[in-house]
Design a protein around this ligand. Structure first.
Ligand code: ATP
Length: 367
């Protein structure tokens, strides 16, 4: 992260009666950094963002945007005087205004350095940047979803804020457009160098866009790291499940005279041979994960390790572009295997799969 954070949130709390509490959240966003706040619906992402924007009052905590204290220690700066832009999930475009009328709004109603005789030029500049320069005079009612999204983005950037807050900005777009827009957001970020705090429940979006990800659960940030760190070594099974690792099974740690072993019913392996064993794993129930790409259909010999070899029944299969996905059932457990598209199985086929214990990650079952 860059030395001077563009956003520093410390000990942010906010409760809504007994129902929900944001409990002591710390967030920093460095200069020109994209940070994603990732978590399931209802975990408090929007509430945190609204407190930073100044449209919700926190119970406690301090918020600095750039060098300015905007919230806390008796200070509460109104939203229009904070150096932030905000993009909402539903775009919040005013239908009775033109694109120009929508985009010029922050220039008329917030603090910034653009002189009045440059408003038109500035709006055109920002519309060109988000590639809807020719729609300046269109009524908002004529816009497609993607064009509304670009209009909302232009409006959030027109007064050149140091920090952009985005609340699920792509979730109302269809899948193709969503993928295109996440590339566009990255391009924009490089071009204009704005720092971004990006709220999403979509792990793929967070992993694609963010320099750093904060994982949120029940009003708390439970894990932080780069996309690569969170993909390779998440510290909790919540994060591992939330970032999309679907291949999991439960087991019990059993102590033998030689070693501690994990007994999962359909397989058994030494605990110490796992790729990752969470710190809090002791004796008792564990939850294990293995990636589909780490399982092989067909024997292989990496040399020296005890290969796990199990036979199960194909219960589902499908071609996913560059890979073929097969779901194999072993009693109570289903495992997904990714293999070459040239393979073809039928439901009911008996197949044998192989993987190394060294591909397994082990977490406490209650985690
Ligand atoms: P989503 O992605 O569904 O918007 P989120 O992670 O952004 O979820 P929030 O919108 O911050 O979550 O909501 C967190 C919790 O606080 C939810 O249980 C929500 O119902 C509750 N909540 C949010 N705003 C208010 C409010 N003004 N009054 C009472 N409860 C609220």
């Amino acid at each position: 992260m860059a030395a001077d954070p563009q956003l520093a949130v410390t000990g942010l709390t906010k409760s809504f009666g007994e129902e929900f509490e944001l409990s002591g959240v710390d967030i920093t966003v460095g200069t020109d950094e994209i940070v994603a706040l990732l978590g399931p619906s209802g975990c408090g992402k929007t509430t945190a963002l609204r407190c930073i924007a100044g449209v919700e009052s926190p119970d406690n905590g301090t918020i600095h945007v750039g060098d300015d204290l905007v919230e806390g220690d008796g200070v509460s700066i109104p939203p229009e005087a904070r150096d932030v832009g905000m993009v909402y999930q539903n775009y919040a475009i005013w239908p009775h205004k033109t694109v120009y009328g929508n985009v010029v709004f922050p220039l008329k109603h917030s603090d910034h350095d653009v002189p009045k005789d440059r408003y038109e030029e500035r709006v055109q500049e920002i519309l060109d940047l988000v590639e809807i320069g020719d729609l300046k005079d269109s009524p908002a009612t004529d816009l497609s979803g993607g064009q509304q999204q670009r209009t909302a983005l232009a409006r959030s950037l027109v007064h050149d804020p140091g920090l952009l807050l985005l609340d699920e900005p792509l979730s109302n777009l269809d899948k193709g457009l969503r993928k295109h827009m996440r590339y566009e957001l990255q391009r924009l970020q490089h071009e204009i160098g704005v720092s971004m705090l990006y709220v999403t429940h979509d792990q793929e979006e967070a992993f694609y866009l963010a320099d750093r990800i904060l994982v949120m659960r029940d009003g708390e940030i439970v894990e932080r790291g780069s996309p690569r760190e969170l993909y390779e070594r998440p510290k909790s099974s919540f994060t591992r499940r939330f970032v999309g690792d679907r291949n999991r099974f439960t087991g019990t740690v059993r102590t033998t005279p030689e070693e501690e072993r994990v007994d999962a019913g359909f397989i058994e392996f030494p605990l110490s041979s796992g790729d990752y064993v969470a710190d809090d794993v002791g004796s008792g129930s564990v939850r294990c994960f293995v990636r589909p790409a780490d399982i092989s259909i067909g024997r292989f010999d990496p040399g020296g390790t005890d290969i796990l070899e199990i036979t199960g029944t194909v219960v589902a299969d499908g071609l996913l572009g560059e890979r073929y996905e097969v779901t194999v059932q072993f009693g109570e457990t289903d495992l997904i295997v990714h293999t070459e598209p040239s393979r073809d199985f039928q439901q009911g086929d008996e197949i044998t799969i192989y993987f190394e214990p060294g591909a397994i990650q082990v977490y406490d079952a209650a985690d």
